[in-house]
Design a protein around this ligand. Structure first.
Ligand SMILES: Cc1cc2nc3c(=O)[nH]c(=O)nc-3n(C[C@H](O)[C@H](O)[C@H](O)COP(=O)(O)OP(=O)(O)OC[C@H]3O[C@@H](n4cnc5c(N)ncnc54)[C@H](O)[C@@H]3O)c2cc1C
Length: 483
């Protein structure tokens, strides 16, 4: 019998798992995909928003402000990419100036301090961002806005949770839940788990999970956001540049990424479930046309990739974070933006207020909050590289030439807790395949390393999801080295 089963390993499930590990709770995370955090947490803008945008009094506002303040410490403990580069909401006419003045008041009402939000005149904006559009007249300056790497943030939380005793089962889709007098039965296709508490952190599928226990509680509609990714040698802006938000959301942003690429997007469009991850020529063109209103001199010929992710937009218009009328069944649903920013805060709330206060859980006195990420050879000094290479020669073998990722880093990403199981999983943990050639050269070598360290035939190595095998069969003799 588990104390807690968390359904979903996105940033919500991952942060909650780590909070559970701080107590003597027998906790299991169930994830339907082959790898963790591969849905909404994988495909978003990666911004830790300051908290200026959500409506005053909403759960979004409350947890955004607390969560963004928790990120720096969490990033230090878990070695998560985190860069406080600041943000600007730019206004291009009188109406938009009135809007950013309203956002200034809203930011303060939400709890931002006076030195965390300011109105900035045109000259200062231009001085800080020479490529800001000539039309920009004023900006709302948000110095605490930061950027992270969302999948790594989730992986780090899960890894640390597992280092402290939490269990994880991937490829385990919850297909039914039954409530007994004192516990739940949670069904996957091949197992039944018993648990006292369930946390529904299933993102876009949270309605489906909730309906298994408390039918018709809320509705979730996917709202797709498409993106363009520009090469690392493009240096156009250093802050996150937001336009004035509209009813559709925060608008098309220019966001420098932690690893050096520039991200443009997202669009905002309600779609069907089968369209959630597709890009469209209309969406990508909308990005190009809209971003020019805020930022100039963008070299669109430097786009190396496009992608899309979808927000789980709830019918309630706010996060749904509560124990339902069925005791022990807790929804953490409708977690659209600013979910990434807010996650550490609502994870703490769920565990402290909804689990610990209801159950008899003692602190885990041996909890270790520290986790170290995969070594990045290209971030080390020459002396550090030599020490690592002497200990382990695989750190001398470059596999991804664009991002200078070594075999040692890839092996580490596969063999640790919540480790990579697919080519894309390796990419997001090490950056092998994330560079200019987008894995044109290293995919074969990464596949071979996955086969070797997962002890599976090459034909069984997956690109990303189920049935995404890359190699069908050997076409030449056993002695042939190439595939
Ligand atoms: C375009 C876009 C831009 C965004 N930008 C930002 C931003 O800059 N800053 C910010 O703060 N927020 C942003 N967000 C919001 C943020 O990405 C989400 O709030 C957050 O990632 C949600 O995480 P989650 O863990 O709740 O959901 P997910 O990441 O979707 O995780 C849910 C998990 O549950 C699993 N699951 C589903 N059903 C089952 C089942 N039956 N059994 C087992 N497992 C199951 C899924 O496979 C998935 O892994 C953005 C979102 C989008 C789409």
């Amino acid at each position: 019998m588990f104390d807690v089963i968390i359904i979903g390993s996105g940033i919500s499930g991952a942060c909650i798992a780590r909070e559970c590990a701080k107590y003597q709770m027998n906790t299991l995370v169930l994830e339907k995909n082959i790898d963790v955090a591969s849905e909404t947490t994988l495909a978003n803008s990666a911004i830790i928003h300051a908290g200026h945008d959500p409506l005053v009094g909403s759960l979004k506002a409350k947890f955004n402000i607390i969560g963004s303040r928790m990120y720096e410490q969490m990033s230090k403990e878990l070695d998560i990419p985190y860069l406080k580069n600041g943000g600007m909401v730019v206004a291009t006419n009188e109406e938009e100036i009135d809007h950013i003045k309203m956002l200034y008041d809203r930011g303060l009402a939400n709890g931002l301090k006076k030195d965390e939000i300011a109105l900035m005149e045109q000259a200062k904006v231009r001085q800080l961002e020479p490529n800001i559009s000539d039309d920009v007249l004023m900006a709302l300056y948000l110095p605490t806005t930061a950027i992270t790497y969302p999948m790594e943030a989730a992986i780090a939380n899960l890894e640390n949770a597992m280092d402290n005793g939490v269990q994880l089962q991937t490829d385990a889709e919850v297909i039914d839940i039954k409530k007994n007098e004192n516990y739940f039965e949670v069904y996957t296709s091949d197992k039944v788990y018993k648990t006292k508490y369930i946390i529904n952190a299933a993102g876009l599928y949270a309605e489906k999970i909730s309906d298994m226990v408390v039918p018709n509680y809320f509705k979730i509609t996917p709202r797709r956001g498409e993106y363009l990714v520009l090469d690392k040698d493009v240096h156009v802006v250093s802050h996150v540049i937001y336009p004035v938000p509209s009813k559709k959301g925060k608008g098309i942003l220019a966001t420098p990424q932690y690893h050096g690429n520039l991200l443009l997007g997202p669009t905002s469009e309600f779609v069907q479930f089968d369209e959630m991850k597709q890009t469209s020529s209309k969406g990508l063109n909308d990005i190009k046309n809209n971003i020019k209103k805020s930022v100039k001199n963008i070299p669109f010929n430097k786009v190396i990739r496009t992608f899309a992710g979808s927000r789980p937009t709830p019918s309630t218009k706010d996060f749904i974070i509560e124990e339902t009328m069925v005791k022990g069944f807790i929804n953490v649903a409708g977690i659209e933006s600013p979910g990434l920013s807010a996650a550490p805060a609502y994870a703490e709330y769920v565990v402290e207020e909804l689990l610990v206060k209801n159950g008899d859980f003692k602190p885990n006195t041996s909890f270790n909050p520290i986790r170290k990420r995969v070594n990045r050879m290209n971030e080390l000094s020459i002396d550090e590289k030599n020490i690592l290479f002497k200990k382990n020669h695989t750190y001398g073998e470059i596999i991804c030439r664009c991002e200078q990722v070594t075999k040692g880093e890839i092996i580490d990403s596969i063999t640790r807790n919540a480790g990579a199981k697919t080519v894309v999983g390796v990419k997001h943990r090490t950056r092998a395949g994330a560079g200019r050639c987008q894995s044109g050269f290293c995919q074969v070598e990464v596949s071979k390393i996955l086969a070797e360290y997962m002890h599976i035939p090459l034909e069984n190595v997956l690109y990303q999801g189920k049935h995404s095998n890359i190699v069908k069969e050997k076409t030449k003799g056993e002695t042939n080295e190439r595939i």
